[in-house]
Structure formats: structure tokens, C-alpha cells
Design a protein around this ligand. Sequence first.
Ligand code: BGC
Length: 790
Amino acid sequence: MSQTMCDRDGVFSWEAHWIEPKQEDVREEPPIDLQEMFAGKIPASLPPEERLLPPKLLRRDFHIGGKPSRAILRMSARGLYKATINGSEVTDAQLTPDYTSYGSFLEWQTFDVTDCLHAGANTWGIVLADGWWAGRISITGESCQFGKRLAAFGQLDVTFSDGSTQTVFTDGEFVSSSGKYVYSDIFIGEKQDLRLDARGWDSPGFDASAWESCRPFSSVTPELAPQQGPLVRRMERLSAKDWWREGDSIVVDFGQVIAGRLRLACHLSRGQEMTICHSEVLDATGKFFCNIAGRNKDQVDVFIGRGEDEVLEPDFTFHGFRYVRISGWTGAFDPSCATAVVVRADLHETGRIVTSNERVNQLLSNIEWSQRGNMVTVPTDCPQRERAGWTCDTQVFAPTATFFMDVREFLGRWLRNVRADQLADGEIVDYSPAPKGIRAGLDSFGTLSSAGWGDAIVIVPWVLFQRYGDIRVLEENYDAMRRWHEYSVASAAGDKSGDDRYVWDTKFHYGDWMFPSYMMGCDAPGPVATSLATKDLVATAYLAHQSDLLALVARVLDDEGYASECEEYAACVRRAFSARFVTDDGTLTSEFQGCYVLSLAFGLVPWEMRQGFADHLAHMIEGNGDLLDVGFLSIGYLLDVLLDWGHGDLAERVFFQTQCPSWLYEVDRGATSIWESWAGIQPDGTVGNYSFNHCAFGCVGDWIVRRVAGLSTRTPGFAEFEVAPRPLSQLDGMDLTYESVGGTIRLVWQGTPDAGNMSLTVPEGLKAHVLLPGSDEEIVCGGGSYGFDW
Ligand code: BGC
């Protein structure tokens, strides 16, 4: 294969072959029924040692004539790789290549390795592990989702000071063997037997005569593409907050739910086996508790000693945890030997917000930590059980995500996956990357897509455009948006006639997923109950919303004709919505808070009915003890709707609520991240088998920024933005900094609705529209620093 390519490091020509080490096929896990799994029927598995194969070491010696002036290594793999030159790792990046829709495209990474090479003998080392390619992934823990065999692809382009060049690439000169890794799975965990460490294997002079040749092969699929967006790295490092003994084991608490790994400095005697289990919560009695159920969700690392001091850390896996349980430790324990290493995409943090209310600050911290934990390589639902790029979770959280971090390229890359996985009929698959097992899993629901989930293809680019002002994200995704819209229209219509064609009741949808009352108190409680109760109304609501947004996108892209078509279609959906879901007494056929929230947020019912709807919604919430009862698809609009329709006091009461379900209930229960279910820990202390690191309900972060701190964009990229501080009865101070694409905005205010002051910094070139409490006057300011009183 010789093809001229380019990446950030220049133009080059691929000479490399794919190579695979001598290996057995990765074992396929038998299929598992999702519905049965939900019902707790998880088939027994053999121990990992009997099912998983050891990661492979690959090496090649090569000679270069002099010290290079520049050397660039480009690498990718089917599986995960670690590359070394002369024994030194070429990068601090982890879990390369990033998880993409491998069936369609696979990224290569580029490293400057000039300093690793020397004149004369050199060695290139590669370790390959199952990763997402062949490992056990997604909710059902299936293996071999993209392939059964691991392979490496790489090229080293060396330039000397006289302009001459030398290229070394993956070819049949590579030999392979195995070393200290007994197995490594991205979900199950990693086992290292340090006695088997082949010391010096990736340096010149190592005797590899017993190693076996690698087999070169050519393949044009998946397409290779340069890395887009940030690499995964070791980011924050947390020390132990507490520790105790449970029987023969030691439990360490790092005080924060994260995605990452334990790094442990210790002495292991020869043959001593140490096992490390990971968990996000303790049980009701304060003991270590594995909160994640399912097949291949072990999250366990094992190390066997060789009689030396060690710094232990797995290489090809990560875990969702706050607590670790260490078994096999001998002697005294000093917690300073243990560090929790956060592993995640190296995203620049752009937003910082501190309020006068400590509980709200903890909530904001929880939201940001859930973003960290769910932005490892693709945006995910949770970092322990599924790690899947569920489209809904991302669309709901995207506005908040863009405040805390610069996610332009990260979400841009994810959208490329979403487009790659789009089906021929325009369907946007529920999660992306979409491994082949998604079909088996989702088919049990009879669908591969859902309203509010697939709409991510419209909503996420729109949010990115609003926040970063770069029209390219709309251009890149426009075709996919239109195809999804056409699919949605056809799916809703089915073989119906009349206005019923605009009601999307033809298939399964997740609806207002996870709204609390049906998670606990109906005949057959649980997430599926929440969808069945709301799906037709909620899907139709999102059909209108999708059409409205697409009309906006079309207009930005100067496609006036399509914009009008979408608007006309949205009008038909609104008409059909009222005919189908509004009863003669002016209420909805589905008496759920979320249904009223969406009717108002998306303007689905005639104007003259809306105040009545808002009052009815307020009445429902008050009747529920000021407790919210909304799910994934409506929660992001709840507090806005209450504020906009004259129920600001109630919005405040819901926001500051501390009974379950509420944001501050979780805070009072000691949460350090956002939970999947409000009742993850029930009021009686019972701990559920939920994820304790799920971003979706953290979308309230965006509301705090926009409607409490008061910062929102009016034109794409914050070129013109609004500042409208809203002191609350329990929150009288705010300090917010946001690095917008046009510069850093800072606003600091304190006070009550009646009296207060604010300082504001507006970057040069941007314009702020200031609306102070109690005043209708709009003050317009250009770049500079300002002080205001009210
Ligand atoms: C995930 C969710 C996701 C949902 C879809 C769950 O198992 O964790 O966050 O959106 O499935 O139904």
C-alpha cells in the first residue's frame, strides 16, 4: 500500500502493511438476551483466564545510519496498542487508537520520536490488547464486535540533516511473543504476572530467536484517518481520603467517583497475588459493594509479584470507581502508596463557576466530574456498565458540556461516528460507535433508533454551532440530519392517512426515560415502564422539535426551500399533536410532568392554552410535594418552563429540593457525581445496582449558567451574549469565568433580587446585553470591564 496522505505533521506516503502476531482468534461470547439480562438473568461465565488471551508483544530491530533530524511515528491498531522505541514509550497517550466506528474508520496517531532514536541499532516495540476492537463491550458484554484478531499498522519516517530519509514500517520483519500480560480486557480488567515480564524485550540486543514471525497482510477497510480531537491521557491524580480493613482486604476511598485506574506503589513478593476490585458506592452498612451488574463487568485487576518493589497500574483498561478493595496485601498499609489516576480525553476546561451556596457548588462539581468520567474517548452514558455513546445522553448534556470544556473536536469526531453508523434508510442508531451486537441487543425492543435519541444528529451540531460559532459543524452533518428527518417523517406516517401521519406512534421509543414515579411506583416499575407510558406523545413532541431545529439549520445554510418545508411539516405535527393528545378539558392524555414540560418548551399547543398548561404543571409538581417527576427527554426544559410561565418560585423550590428525587438530595447523600437514577441510594439507605456516573440529569448545569449566573449566547459563538443575573433566596453570589471562542468572559455578582452589584468583563470584539434584576432596561456593552448596581 503506497498512498500519499497528510496529517498535522505533514505529507507522507504509507508504505506500511498491516501485521498480525501469531495468535488464536479471540473467543466469541455466546449471545445474551437483553430483556433477560435486565431481569437479572446473567449466564455464568468461565473465569477470565480460561476465556481471554494474553496481549501480544511485537518487536523489530532496525538500523539507522546517523542521528536523525526528525523522526515521525504514525501508528494504529486493531485493538489497543502501546508503542515504544528503544524501550521508551513514544507517548503519554492512553488507550490508543480512540474508539471510533471501527467498521468504517480507524484513526492513526502521530508522534515525534526524534529524541528516542540513535545512530546504529534501534528497536521498535508494540503491545497489542483486545480493547474495543475484540474485547467485551457494551451493555451485554459481547466480544469480537469489530474483529477476532489483533493487528498493528505503523510507519516511522526518519529524516537526516542532509535531507536524506529512511522509512521503517510494520512488515514481516516483526516478531511476536507474549510477556507479563496474562489477559487484558477493556471492561473486565487486566492481569499481569510480573514473573513473565520479558525484560528488555523492546530494546536492541534482546534475544528474540524464539519469537514467532508476524504475518503481513493488506486491507483497505476500515479506512484509516488521522486522529481528530484530543487523545486520552492520565489527567487528575487523587490521593486516598480514607481507608479501612474488611476481613483480609483493604478498602481505599478516594473521595470522588471517577473513570480511571489505581496506581499502587508496593513490594510484591515472588508469586504474591494482589487483586483490585473497583466500585462507586458502599452498601447501606458502609461496606464495599459492587454496584454494577451484568456480564463481563468485573472491573478487577490482578497482579502477581516477582519479588521486587513495583508501581502497579494496568495499561489497557480503565474502571468507574471511587472505592477500591485490595486483596492479597500483606503487612502494614500506608495509603500514600495509592493514587487514583483519572483517565480521560485531554479536553481543555473552559468554564468555572462558584456560587455562594456550598450545596450548589457540590452539585456543579458533580456535574463536571460526570463529564470527566463520561468523556474518556467518546461521550458515554456511564463509565462502568456500558460506556456506550448513547445519542440521547449526549444531546441532553451537550449544552452543559460546552460550558465546562472545549468539546468542539471531541463531539465533532463523535458525530462522524454517528454519521458512519447511520443506516441506509436514514435511521440514526441509538448509540455510536455501533458495534454489531447492537442489533441483537436493540432488536429486543424492535428498533434501532428512537425519537429524542436519533435527534442528537440535529441537536448536537446546533448546540456546537451556537456555542462555538463554526458553521462547518452544520455543513458536515446537514445531509445526515435531512436523512434522519426523512426517516422520521416516513416512520411516523407508516401506512396511516390524514393528520395521524404526523403522530409518531408507529414503533418503540424510549420516551421520557427514567422519570421517577414509574421507576418505583407502577405495576411493572422500571425504565421500560417509563418509556411505554410516554413514548407516543414524547416522540411526536420531538418530531416537531427536530423539524423546527432543522428549519433553523437550513436557513443558516441558505436552504430556504427546505427550511420552509420543515416549518410546514412542524405545523402539521403541532396540529396533529393537539388533536391526538389534548383532551376536551384542556389537559393531556398522558398526565406526566414531562409531557407538559415538552408541550410548553416546544410550543406544541395553541398559545391560548399554554398558561393553563403551565399552571397545571405547577399544580402537579406542588401536588407531588414540590418534587420533579421528569425523565431524560424533558428534564433539560423543566426549570426554564417554570421560569418562563410565571412559576419562578416553584422552579426555585424544585431546584433547592432535598427530598428524593432531587439534585440536592443526591448531594446530601454524599454524591460526588451525577447518578443514573435519583434513587441510586434510597432514603432508607438501600443502594441500587445503578450507575453513579451518568451525565444526563446533570444537564441542569446549563440552566444554572444561563438562568442563575445569567450567561447565555444570543448569536453563534457568543459574539453577542446576554448577562441576566438571577439571585435566588438561597444563592446570593456568583463568580463565573467562561473562555468563549472570542475571549474570556467573567461575571461576578452578589446580592438579592432587590439590591446587589456585578462586575463584568467583556472580551474585545464581543458585545454584552445586560439585564439587571428588577429592570427592563437592556444595557449594551462592548469590550471592557464594567461595574453595575441594582
Ligand atoms: C443507558 C442510558 C441510555 C438508555 C437508553 C441505558 O442503559 O445507560 O443512559 O440512554 O439505556 O435506553
